[in-house]
Design a protein around this ligand. Structure first.
Ligand code: GCO
Ligand code: MG
Length: 402
């Protein structure tokens, strides 16, 4: 079998997505997600201008070799643009191999290790009572794990909270909006939120929270300690992870489990965090961390260190990434949990897929390949619209992590 074409489709059915389609001379095609929120066109160019010409004529079954060719052969290594582009190729090749061999991709990854993929949903509200109501709705829908985010008194906008009754979606069209931040006000709100959630729902529900890179290590240590008896499944991204020693400081102060890694793009970003057991969950995902091939290497490194996976699954990762993540999740031994923010009906129509939610779990489906496709005619009705993630600033306007 030979690769005869590699094309990139950019569309915006409610939000922007970049999708790679690889075609073979035997009529089998594969898809890969290459979406990098707010920087989509850089990955499109990397793929179209630099990667696609290298693929033509190659055997799509040589997944490892092609991965190394794109990574080591570029000389310039890592980074979100490069690794999202490599991820898209890798994902498409696994899809092709599954379809060609008439088997779901999870069978190529060692087979199923579990019956379904435990997921967490996103509950949020402008106030604590609204967030409690949102968590109750997720419970009614059958979720067994819920992430809770809440507006912060005194701040007009808050990460993770929807706008004007809309579901939460961080990127906005136009130039980037600026969000104000106050660590003091946030740290007053979060313990009250989880006091309320545990007294309302008890302990038969997994609760999670995302601090979104905004605390200092010592603030995070205090928050983790204050939340210990609420038994969170995890506290996510308490501090920016560029300085990984920061996690050692947090660990000295709290036993609240920590999750990190949605912005990581290679195993080199998390080697220390994993081997020094500074975190409990690693959140790298298929699209931003070099595809299924590289993500498996991260998971395999993590397994003996008791670190479990918790793949990023926000709506800026397309259904193609979600399908690939589910084949990975169901097969890898040290799976922990998968984030799941359902896409809009427009997105689901452009990307028909086999995966489905039932009783708190997602199931990848048992069809050949990844079980996801793209309706290109429909996709063409939704052209790209430039959008940016918000920028964070402190009360005095100093730029801060958003
Ligand atoms: C999450 C993430 C997202 C990111 C988004 C950026 O935990 O789901 O933090 O909400 O902000 O994916 O593009
Ligand atoms: Mg996050």
């Amino acid at each position: 079998m030979k690769i005869v074409a590699a094309r990139v489709i950019v569309c915006s059915p409610g939000r922007n997505f970049v999708t790679l389609r690889v075609d073979t001379d035997e009529g089998v095609h594969g898809l890969g997600d290459a979406t990098l929120n707010g920087r989509e066109l850089a990955v499109r160019s990397y793929l179209c201008d630099h990667v696609a010409p290298l693929l033509i004529g190659r055997d799509p079954f040589d997944i490892e070799d092609l991965w190394q060719l794109l990574y080591k052969g570029a000389y310039w290594r890592r980074g979100p643009v490069t690794m999202s582009a490599i991820a898209a190729v890798d994902t498409a090749l696994w899809d092709i191999k599954g379809k060609a061999l008439q088997t779901p991709v999870y069978n190529l990854l060692g087979g199923r290790s579990r019956n379904g993929v435990l997921v967490y949903g996103h509950a949020n509200g402008a106030s604590i009572p609204e967030t409690v109501e949102a968590v109750a709705r997720y419970r009614e829908l059958g979720y067994l794990a819920v992430r809770a985010q809440c507006g912060v008194p005194g701040l007009p906008t808050a990460y993770g909270v929807g706008r004007g009754g809309l579901a939460y979606e961080p990127a906005e069209e136009g130039l980037p909006p600026e969000h104000r931040w106050s660590g003091e006000q946030y740290l007053r709100m979060v313990p009250e939120l989880f006091d309320e959630l545990r007294s309302t729902f008890g302990f038969d529900l997994h609760l999670l929270h995302d601090a979104h890179h905004r605390l200092t290590p010592i603030e995070a240590g205090w928050l983790g300690k204050r939340l210990e008896d609420h038994r969170l499944l995890w506290l996510e991204d308490p501090v920016p992870a560029e300085l990984q020693e920061g996690y050692r400081l947090i660990r000295q102060h709290t036993t609240t489990p920590l999750a990190v890694g949605e912005v990581f793009n290679s195993v080199y970003d998390c080697t220390r965090l994993i081997t020094e057991q500074l975190v409990d969950y690693i959140r790298a995902t298929v699209v931003h961390a070099g595809g299924i091939t590289h993500l498996r290497k991260i998971a395999h490194l993590a397994e003996p260190y008791h670190v479990r996976t918790g793949c990023h699954g926000a709506t800026d990762l397309s259904p193609v990434c979600m399908a690939a993540a589910l084949h990975f999740d169901i097969s890898v031994h040290n799976f922990g949990i998968q984030e799941y923010m359902p896409h809009t009906p427009e997105t689901d129509a452009v990307f028909p897929h086999d995966y489905h939610f039932a009783d708190g779990y997602l199931h990848p489906g048992d069809g050949p390949g990844l079980g996801v496709d793209i309706d290109e005619t429909l996709a063409a009705e939704y052209p790209y619209r430039r959008a940016y993630l918000p920028v964070g600033r402190k009360q005095d306007a100093t730029v801060h992590s958003w």
